[in-house]
Design a protein around this ligand. Structure first.
Ligand SMILES: N[C@@H](CCC[C@H](N)C(=O)O)C(=O)O
Length: 276
């Protein structure tokens, strides 16, 4: 069959977006890995599936698959592209959209300037919610990597994140520590690993080694996790500008009882079709 798709990106974190409201297809993990291949396939960090909701109180269901074929709970840059996509495809006329994901519901708003504001829900810190093997919640955990003690914060933005403070993202050991922590036994579902450099109380630089992908040009949930980690430790104040290799996101978080708000761009690159 021919599958219609749209290639999109949020700050260079790129997606294949498939409308499963008006077309039918079954995409298994092996096919997703083939499509994700940047030389033999279309190439993307995540596949986003846009589906009818399974509940009457939301507009859509949005499913996310990493390039390695694993289905995951949440994707911040993907959420902004999802909102742009359903409007552009005329699957809705609303600029305020509610959507169910495996990590919880999200509220999306497409602004007049094309930027998308996403209510990402509340962060969760209990180790069982991340999930992280730890006896009690803390803002600093540590693990051993080849005899080296690595200190990190951990939280869930629907999906799991570890945040490591670094003096400079330019020299951060992303390629060495990223894969080791992603697959560390302390994280039973693996983890996304953020390396955060605090530049000022309202500005950070961030690189993220994403679970199931590797280092990406930007990670929306990673930006939320980094800002939340800095704010809750008293190192940052909201709103926080997060500069990633692909560009900038604004993250707002008032306190533990409120949602995290992420604002940033969503770009359509091209439409295509592929035989599957
Ligand atoms: N790029 C994303 C996160 C995608 C999922 C992540 N790799 C995971 O496995 O949880 C974002 O923008 O948040």
């Amino acid at each position: 069959m021919m599958l219609h798709f749209t290639k999109m990106h949020g700050l260079g974190n790129d997606f294949m977006v498939v409308d499963l409201v008006t077309q039918r297809a079954r995409l298994d993990a092996e096919l997703i890995r083939r499509l994700a291949d940047r030389r033999f396939g279309i190439g993307f960090d995540q596949l986003l599936l846009v589906e009818p909701p399974t509940r009457p109180d939301v507009d859509f269901r949005y499913r996310i698959f990493n390039a390695d074929g694993s289905e995951v709970e949440n994707c911040g840059n993907g959420a902004r592209c999802f909102a742009r996509f359903v409007l552009d495809q005329r699957l809705t006329t609303r600029r305020e959209i509610s959507v169910q994901t495996a990590g919880g519901d999200l509220q999306l708003r497409v602004a007049g300037d094309g930027r998308v504001r996403v209510d990402m829900g509340q962060p969760r810190f209990a180790p069982a919610d991340i999930p992280l093997n730890a006896e009690a919640p803390a803002s600093a955990y540590s693990l051993d990597h080849n005899g080296l003690e690595v200190t990190f914060d951990a939280l869930s933005m629907g999906n799991p994140h570890a945040v490591i403070d670094v003096a400079s993202v330019d020299s951060a050991p992303v390629a060495q520590l990223g894969p080791a922590i992603e697959a560390h036994p302390r994280f039973p579902h693996r983890v996304n690993v953020g390396f955060m450099e605090i530049v000022a109380e309202d500005r950070v630089r961030l690189r993220v080694f994403e679970r199931g992908v590797g280092e990406t040009l930007a990670c929306g949930t990673g930006a939320c996790a980094a800002a939340v980690s800095g704010i809750r430790r008293g190192l940052l104040t909201s709103p926080v500008s997060v500069t990633l290799p692909g560009g900038e996101l604004t993250i707002e978080w008032a306190n533990q009882a409120t949602s995290v708000i992420m604002t940033g761009p969503a770009v359509r690159v091209f439409d295509g079709r592929i035989a599957i």
